[in-house]
Design a protein around this ligand. Sequence first.
Ligand code: EPU
Length: 421
Amino acid sequence: MEQIVVTGGRALNGSVAVCGAKNAVLKHLVAMLLAPGVHRIDNVPGIADVEIMCRVLEYIGAECHRDGTSLRVEVPGELRPEAPIELVRKMRASILVLGTLLARCGEARVALPGGDDFGSRPIDMHLDGLEALGAHFELRHGVLHASAPGGLRGTEVSLEFPSVGATENVLFGAVMASGRTVISNAAREPEIADLAAALGGMGAHIQGAGTSTMEIEGVGELGPMQHRVVPDRLEAGTYLVGAALAGGDVTVTGCVPAHLRMELRKLGEAGCEIETGDDWVRLVGPGERPNPVDFATLPYPGFHTDMHPQMVALLSLASGTSVITENIYEARFRYVGELNRLGADVITEGQHVIIRGVERLSGCPVDACDIRAGAALVLAGLRADGYTIVANAGHIDRGYQNFVPNLAALGADVRRESVSD
Ligand code: EPU
């Protein structure tokens, strides 16, 4: 088991460059299955989830070769239209192969992802959308058997909620369907716009990506992808919250400040000084304690749910009480108990998180229960007295490349250890 040991009390100073977005690159990899040939993407982060998605693609028949921050993927003419439970269990995003395999092969067998630490996380909207395009589904022994005997046909798909994954799965089904598909109430995340750009480069006809209405005119075939992945706004935001928590002056480079508008606004309200350029954000931490701040997580362009635990870590030290409402996930609160072990005073009431700011945190062993919770606990440790030991650090590797070396380069006293269970 891997753990991260942080000794609190040091400010962060300097600059850190972010990688390509996890939540974009995973989808680009799936999109490659739509076209045989040699694909290439650049600005690929060195994170565990990319490795897992490469294993999914390899299972299906592709070959993935990494060359520094680029990935070359060879997709054959014949695919094995399956994603097994071992891989889907490791990473829920594997479910996205449904749309591409249906489009390419007319069939797919994908294990159902099941629940996780954020609650049940169903895929009903993915299935409803693909069904509207002509797919049929049958669940047998935990495996979803999908088929589209008559091929996929363009239609109107109205999503109940702007789900990121459902928008992507329907998009994958629609780009090679016959005729025109309109997705209304589509997710507007920058990663969706980036996926549409990557698909556009392959020859897909997509309009309105990044807005609530996407129009897709199906094409007979697509060519290989050549694309540079959009920067990771969550990685950028995490380092900025780190600077706010630890104090100091940090510039995050290689990012898109416009993708962090709401998060920067709330960091400003917390008392941070923020300056932005074309592709950088500089944050100077608040003096002693941040101001309390209220917000609700919402689909983009609202405050990102994946920045919620980090922000709660910051607000645990605020000079008053903050209230956060989690609107995306029903159960994203396992980190709260861990933060309270560090001395925070956080309670949950339904979907609300009530954070009464305390004067200090005090280090102890805690557990990283998911990617963002793990990152939040390491950031909290930057400001806690003594040592904070964050167990199960492997979760953090799923979404952050070089998290510990990057924090150390900014001046944190942090190290990683392997321990036997
Ligand atoms: N939902 C349904 N039915 C569906 C689909 C979604 O009820 O058919 C619900 C989910 O249970 C959840 C909400 O809708 O409560 C939002 O889910 P969404 O589909 O938008 O999320 P996702 O595609 O499963 C992606 C990111 C998550 C991020 C969310 C929200 C990837 C690989 N994952 O998940 O990222 O939290 O969007 O922005 O893109 C992370 O990076 O740490 C992470 C969890």
